[in-house]
Design a binder for this molecule. Sequence first.
Ligand SMILES: Cc1cc2nc3c(=O)[nH]c(=O)nc-3n(C[C@H](O)[C@H](O)[C@H](O)COP(=O)(O)OP(=O)(O)OC[C@H]3O[C@@H](n4cnc5c(N)ncnc54)[C@H](O)[C@@H]3O)c2cc1C
Length: 299
Amino acid sequence: MPSLVSRLSHYGTVREHVPLARYTTWKIGGPADIWFEPAGTEALAVALQYIREAHVPWMIIGKGSNMLILDGGFRGVVIHLGEPFVTLRKEGATLIAGGAYPLVRLAYDAVRRGLSGLTYAGGIPGSVGGAVVMNAGAHGQDTSRVLSYARIVWEDGRVEILRREALEMTYRTTRLQRERGVVVEAAFDLTPGDEQSLRKEMNTLKTHRLRTQPLQEACAGSVFRNPPGDYAARLIEACGLKGTHHGGAQISELHANFIINRGAARASDVLHLIHTVQSCVKERFGIELKTEVLVMGEG
Ligand SMILES: Cc1cc2nc3c(=O)[nH]c(=O)nc-3n(C[C@H](O)[C@H](O)[C@H](O)COP(=O)(O)OP(=O)(O)OC[C@H]3O[C@@H](n4cnc5c(N)ncnc54)[C@H](O)[C@@H]3O)c2cc1C
């Protein structure tokens, strides 16, 4: 590991023993052995090859808004895209954003420029990279509808542009959840629209969110995927589980598909509630709820 740390330091910022709770919206997660912020795309490509040659596990964290990192943290390298990847340019009606660009900011940028197609994203607190990987969506729309392409750095250092069709984007799923690559840039094909009405639409969606989701609490959005033809929140509520707590974690009173950190929750507390929900819903409705949040690290 020491030699990997010194090698990586030529390609970006490296720190050791970094508590990951700081980097997740749940404010949960043990330490990473190595935290690496690459200096740019080429630096990332070289660094990934070194990490692979060293046989050290790696993962990437965006804004940590869809992740449960376990209490033992991560034995390996956690890659995080920093400032060099917070970029934005416009080509006609297409916005091209760096992998670390905040999705909410991108949605507001689009409205300001009178471009339609991203109002759904105005309340999704992830990065552009995370939105591509998760096919983030809301209000009946998702990233697959507007994404043109994503630029990916693969684990072996190859840089490739993948068009939307190649990413196999379905409900909160893409092939990037199975394959090992980093989204360093994504292009969104938008359509010209009226700035005032786009702003109004986004504000309406925001007001709805504020009313229906516990946005003042540390959380990770919807914990479970909706099963076909139904809503996870409805099933959890029907099981009478709203408000149930374990340790520092609680199933939100406001939205049954959200689990909140009441202050000192551990990942194990959240996992306990996840299992409670899964077994109740299975027993009562015969449905196996799958998590939308990704569980990473070591327990
Ligand atoms: C209050 C709240 C509301 C939410 N509402 C919604 C909603 O309405 N709709 C919705 O879809 N989601 C919602 N979410 C969940 C979350 O914001 C989205 O899934 C978001 O797209 C995750 O982006 P992120 O950058 O935080 O990714 P992370 O949580 O950091 O990572 C998610 C996955 O993407 C990978 N990843 C992240 N960045 C990259 C990259 N650059 N390249 C390759 N892989 C990467 C990670 O390794 C991980 O596998 C909500 C979350 C919160 C906290």
